[in-house]
Structure formats: structure tokens, C-alpha cells
Design a binder for this molecule. Structure first.
Ligand code: CU
Length: 169
């Protein structure tokens, strides 16, 4: 590698690090990293939102609610295997972020659910939504819409039938 290539790659690395850094949020003792949402096919009623939430504080906090202008409502969900069937359930009491700990919301696990979306979420778009924690309060996030590759079989959240879920209120 010659000197120019080295300089170039260093510059590129610096750029991508800066881009990643710009998509992190701080709210009290919480750090929220890279909120992203699943790109949807046309007319899909729902999408999932993901992020990493880190709690640098000495007290646990709890993600309790969310609101998105592009969705009728937002819910906090968990997806887990029940025998050999992937099931999703709403976390009515929210999602605890332990003191000094980190919770990763990701496809196939914890996620926020955008229900009743008003338009197709397209790869590369930015969608704003707010999330609320019991202690730290509310913050507006920019969810980066990403084309998340279908996961295998029943792990594919996009193919799950949320219509069969009871969303009670
Ligand atoms: Cu869900």
C-alpha cells in the first residue's frame, strides 16, 4: 500500500466513524445507538424498529412508550421461540434497561413495532419517532430505514401476521 492509499483509507474510515457517531443519541444516562427501521413492501401494515440502548447510570430505567407520526401507534414487543414456533408478544410493562447494562433491539428479538403505518417505508429514508423512558423522559429519534434481509423461515418478522395478534387498546 502506498502512502496515498493509506491516507485515503484513513480518511474513509474517519468519515464512516463520523457518520455512525452522528446517529447516536444521549438522554440523561442513556445512550441510544443507531435507531433503524425495517423497509416494508407496499401496503404492509407494520414495521419494526431497532436500536441499542445503553444505561450508564446507577439506576435501571424502562422503555415504556413510543409515538410515530407515520404510524397509528407504537408498541414495545418481544420475539422469542416457544418450542419451535417464533412468537411475538407486547411488553405491557415496557422493557427494562438495567443499570450499567445494554439492551439490543434487533430483528428476531426485542423491537418497537410501528402499527398502522401510513406509507411504505423505503430503504434509505429517515423516519422520525419518539420513545419514552420512565425516568429519562422522551427523545425524538431518526430511524434509518434499512432493507433488512429476510431471516430464515419463521424468523422473518416481515412475514409474521400481526393481524392475528391481540393488541388490546
Ligand atoms: Cu412486533
Amino acid at each position: 500500500m502506498n502512502r496515498i492509499t493509506l491516507l485515503l483509507s484513513a480518511a474513509l474510515l474517519g468519515l464512516s466513524a463520523a457518520a455512525a457517531g452522528a446517529h447516536d443519541y444521549k438522554l440523561g444516562s442513556l445512550e441510544i445507538e443507531h435507531p433503524y427501521a425495517r423497509a416494508t413492501p407496499p401496503n404492509a401494515p407494520v414495521s419494526g424498529g431497532y436500536m441499542t440502548i445503553r444505561n450508564t447510570g446507577a439506576e435501571a430505567d424502562r422503555l415504556v412508550a413510543g409515538e410515530a407520526p407515520f404510524a397509528e401507534r407504537m408498541e414495545i414487543h418481544e420475539m422469542a421461540m416457544d418450542g419451535d414456533v417464533m412468537k411475538m408478544r407486547q411488553l405491557a410493562d415496557g422493557l427494562e434497561i438495567p443499570a450499567g447494562g445494554e439492551v439490543v433491539l434487533k430483528p428476531g428479538g426485542y423491537h418497537v413495532m410501528f402499527i398502522g403505518i401510513d406509507s411504505q417505508l423505503k430503504d434509505g429514508e429517515i423516519r422520525k419517532a419518539t420513545i419514552t423512558f420512565e425516568k429519562a423522559g422522551t427523545i425524538e429519534l431518526e430511524f434509518q430505514v434499512e432493507d433488512i434481509k429476510a431471516m430464515q423461515g419463521q424468523m422473518d418478522h416481515g412475514k409474521m401476521d400481526h393481524g392475528k395478534m391481540k393488541h388490546g387498546g
